[in-house]
Structure formats: structure tokens, C-alpha cells
Design a protein. Structure first.
Length: 288
């Protein structure tokens, strides 16, 4: 495995691999890798990637002024050990100056699907996400890209960007990977104390309760949202949103008639957690 820092070197490796007949897979991350990320590597292989690049870059453009950019975990040596054991071919870990050199002034923006949910609470966040991912896709080139759907809105935004711009990227989203007790895997989980982690399970309990009500026939969005919200409200310090939306456009709905997502963002102490479930499509987040 090679750890690559320069975009030109990463492009050269991927171009050469494709000339030799390889199918390149890309797993974009901010590092602090966990089992969920490694499952994305496995999925890239399952989708036919013969060369896999994991990108590790804590992207400053997607953090707001009062968010956790400074304390976001940076664990490249540990990440490299995990990647090598999983058979990753390359880690692309560029420096900030390589991605955003002096004078950088371009931006990729997707409208509509970015303006709800996270877009309300984190203005500018998705412009940072789409800009950096467009750059990564430009560096790596034609490839199969694997994303986790725990960041469900991000998945919708990036899928829309690829479609709208006709990028030569085959997009695949994987369902959320969870701990045995139902907690969605997240790099930010390491911020939680033992007691905070126990309280954080309220999100999966709420989602589970809403899924079970849906399976019993409940279709009213307000009722399903209220069911999901109740345990979260009892355990978290603040809730940004518990919302039910169309699973593709993320527009709010009043009645579940087709694919719908229940999305959550809530805070315990200084830690903000997000989670979601797509009704009738995702597995109910049950503890083992």
C-alpha cells in the first residue's frame, strides 16, 4: 500500500491502473476510520474494483466557524494500519495546501436538496462537501465511488452532483453500519463519554419505534416523527431536527406513500450526532 500526498501522483497512479485494465474504486473519508469505512472498502471490491483508493482529508470548507474542525480526530498512522490490513491499494492524504492552493476561488454548489435539514443548521456545509468531492473525483478519475448512507443527505447531494455534471463516476450508497446495540458507527462517537454513549442510543430506539409503527400500518408523517422524537427528546441536550422527508428530494411530506426517510440530528454535550432510516428499505436498527 502506498500513502500518496500529491494530487498529481494520485492521478498518475489511477490513470496508469486504468490503462492496465484495472477498475478503480474510491472511498472518500475524513479519516478516523472505523468498521463502517472498512465495509465501504469491501463494497468497492464487491462492485468489481481491482484497485481501491481511500481518501483521507479533513476538509476545512465543510466546517462552520463554531464546529469541530480543530478537534476532529486525525489518526493517519492508525488508519493506514486498518487500510493495509483490508487490502487497500492507496491512501490519498493530501495537505490542505495541495487541495486549496493560494488563490483558490472555485466552488461547486447543488441547489434544492441542500437547502433543508443539514442545510438549515449548517449553512455552506454542502458547498464545502461538493467542492472537495468534485476535486477528489477529478483527481482519481473514472471510478466506482462508495459512500455510507448514515450521512443520507450528503449521499443525495453527491448523487445529484454526479448526475447533473455527467461525471464518470459510478455511485453506490451503503446502509448505515451499526454497533451491536444499535448505535450508528461514526468517527464522532469517540467524543462521547460512557454515560453520553448510553444516552446516544435514544436515536436508534426512536428510529426503531418509528419503523415498527410503520410496519404496523402507520403512514401519517407527523405521528411517525413524534414516535421517533420522544426517546431522543428525553435523552439528548438539544435536537436540531427529527424530520420525515421524501427519500429522493428530501422535501417534507405529510403522508408516507412511497420511499421516505426519517432523519435525525441531535446534540449531547459538545457532540452532534446524525442518523436516519429509510422506511421499508433499511433494516430496522435493532440491537443484537
Amino acid at each position: 500500500m502506498e500513502i500518496v500526498h500529491e494530487p498529481s501522483r494520485m492521478r498518475e497512479l489511477c490513470d496508469h491502473a486504468r490503462r492496465e485494465g484495472a477498475r478503480v474504486g474510491i472511498v472518500p473519508t475524513m479519516g478516523a476510520l472505523h468498521a463502517g469505512h472498512l465495509a465501504l472498502v469491501d463494497e468497492a471490491r464487491r462492485r468489481g474494483a481491482t484497485k481501491v483508493v481511500v481518501t483521507i482529508f479533513v476538509n476545512p470548507l465543510q466546517f462552520g466557524p463554531n464546529e469541530d474542525f480543530g478537534r476532529y480526530p486525525r489518526t493517519l498512522p492508525e488508519d493506514a494500519v486498518l487500510c493495509e490490513a483490508r487490502g487497500v491499494d492507496w491512501i490519498f492524504a493530501p495537505a490542505r495546501e495541495s487541495m486549496y492552493p493560494d488563490g483558490f476561488s472555485s466552488q461547486v454548489r447543488v441547489s434544492g436538496v441542500t437547502e433543508v435539514l443539514e442545510g438549515v443548521f449548517r449553512p455552506g456545509h454542502f458547498d464545502g462537501v461538493t467542492t472537495v468531492v468534485a476535486k477528489l473525483f477529478g483527481i482519481v478519475g473514472q471510478s466506482v465511488a462508495i459512500f455510507g448512507r448514515k450521512d443520507y443527505q450528503q449521499w443525495c447531494v453527491l448523487r445529484r452532483m454526479v448526475r447533473d455534471l455527467d461525471l464518470p463516476i459510478e455511485m453506490h450508497g451503503m446502509p448505515t453500519v451499526r454497533e451491536v446495540d444499535g448505535l450508528a458507527l461514526s468517527s464522532r462517537n469517540r467524543y462521547l463519554s460512557e454515560s453520553e454513549r448510553a444516552r446516544a442510543l435514544a436515536i436508534s430506539r426512536g428510529l426503531r419505534a418509528a419503523c415498527e409503527a410503520f410496519e404496523r400500518g402507520e403512514r401519517d408523517a407527523a405521528t411517525l416523527t413524534s414516535i421517533a422524537r420522544a426517546p431522543i427528546e428525553a435523552s439528548f441536550d438539544a435536537i436540531d431536527y427529527v424530520a420525515l422527508a421524501d427519500a429522493d428530494s428530501l422535501a417534507p411530506i405529510t403522508l408516507v406513500e412511497d420511499r421516505a426517510v426519517i432523519a435525525v440530528a441531535a446534540r449531547i454535550g459538545k457532540t452532534r450526532l446524525i442518523d436516519n432510516v429509510v422506511l421499508s428499505e433499511d433494516r430496522i436498527p435493532l440491537p443484537a
